[in-house]
Design a protein around this ligand. Structure first.
Ligand SMILES: Nc1nc2c(ncn2[C@@H]2O[C@H](COP(=O)(O)OP(=O)(O)OP(=O)(O)O)[C@@H](O)[C@H]2O)c(=O)[nH]1
Length: 358
């Protein structure tokens, strides 16, 4: 149980970029939210983290070695957070463990269950963990990834998913926790489902989400946009979307578009200016990349992408009644959206520069 002191420490030399807001479980309120990846051995925890945050091609996860100590990584993006990958064999509530140290700044506990394997023991450990946490940390979001569903037939996939939900909920309600904050997702690293699930997990950690959704709703209705996503460019997680129904198809199209843009900008791109307190003038120039692509065989529909800042891009699936020749109006409204977003995510580094040097 000496793993904790030996665990990799995240680098501390990169300053935080945005306020992360106060988390329900955060004692200090200024920490980076943690996403804890827990579950049985070989359930797919390291693969998930490598595919989503390090762009590892899914087929290469076959060669990942088993995790032997807690792996902590810091992610610096539109908000800073940490991903802690736990070895499958750890008993998190062993008295030798500093439980508070693990759980006090937690944003979400992601419990990965291998749907292709025997899952009863995984469910038992998950329930024990949730029940143990209910006493000290009742607000922790528990996110259950029913993982590796790519190998299952449609029927079996649905049955397995329902069975897991039922077993977890039955056990919790037997112990008097009917409304424990537990959510379930079907995931696989071989399709978009893992990104979509992570998007939903991350969105719960963004205090400004209702404001972002309201801004996107208003943009959609003004510009006849069918669906708008605000993407974290590097991870392809969407941090917000408008409140119209989301279908995986539109997410897939928009997220593939991000891939195209990243590939092109690796060839033709340029370094984005650092966003410090003095860079206002630079931002008023034509620094934000934009792109427009017409989709074949789909009426007038086209995709619109605008880089919002170094980390975020707005990708919109335009409606039939929003022809490309109205692009000037759309550009204007997206500009207004961009300005509003700067107020929603005030920059931490600007605040830091106002503090006296010590
Ligand atoms: N079919 C399928 N295989 C997957 C998926 N995700 C991970 N795997 C495979 O599952 C195996 C185990 O993955 P790991 O990421 O090493 O599992 P882990 O939970 O980190 O394992 P420990 O480090 O031992 O705790 C690897 O061979 C992966 O290729 C998935 O979505 N579908």
């Amino acid at each position: 149980m000496d793993d904790l002191p030996d665990a990799d420490m995240p680098p501390s030399d990169v300053p935080p970029r945005y306020h992360t807001g106060r988390l329900p479980n955060s004692k200090a309120g200024d920490g980076k939210p943690r996403l804890l990846l827990m579950g049985q051995r070989r359930s797919g925890k390291s693969s998930i983290s490598s595919v989503v945050f390090h762009k590892l091609p899914p087929s290469e996860t076959l060669y990942l070695e088993t995790t032997t100590h807690i792996k902590r990584e810091s992610m610096h993006s539109f908000m800073d957070f940490q991903v802690w990958d736990f070895p499958g064999h750890l008993d998190y509530f062993d008295p030798a463990f500093d439980v508070d140290n693990i759980f006090e700044e937690i944003g979400a506990l992601i419990w990965v269950i291998d749907a292709q394997d025997e899952y009863l023991e995984a469910i038992m450990r998950l329930n024990t963990t949730i029940l143990n946490l209910q006493h000290s940390y009742p607000n922790i979001n528990v996110e259950v990834f029913v993982h590796k569903v790519d190998g299952l037939s449609e029927d079996y996939k649905g049955d397995t998913f329902r069975d897991i939900i039922q077993r977890v909920q039955d056990e919790l309600s037997d112990h008097g926790y009917e409304n424990a904050p537990v959510s379930f997702y079907q995931t696989s690293i071989y399709d978009h489902s893992i990104f979509e699930a992570f998007s939903k997990v991350i969105q719960k950690l963004i205090p400004q989400l209702p404001t972002l959704e309201a801004l996107l709703n208003s943009l959609c209705s003004t510009c006849h946009i069918e669906k708008a996503y605000l993407f974290d460019i590097m991870s392809k997680i969407y941090i917000a979307t408008d409140t119209s129904p989301t279908d995986i198809g539109s997410y897939e199209i928009c997220s593939d578009y991000i891939d195209v843009v990243i590939d092109v900008s690796e060839i033709y791109g340029w370094d984005r200016p650092e966003e410090n307190g003095q860079s206002e003038l630079v931002e008023t120039g034509n620094n934000d990349a934009e792109s427009l692509i017409t989709m074949e065989r789909k009426g007038n529909n086209y995709l619109y992408l605008r880089e919002i800042n170094k980390y975020l891009a707005l990708v919109c699936l335009m409606g039939d009644d929003s022809p490309a020749d109205k692009k000037a109006v759309i550009d204007y409204n997206v500009g207004v959206f961009q300005t509003a977003l700067k107020q929603v995510f005030p920059r931490a580094d600007r605040d830091m520069s106002a503090q006296p040097a010590t």
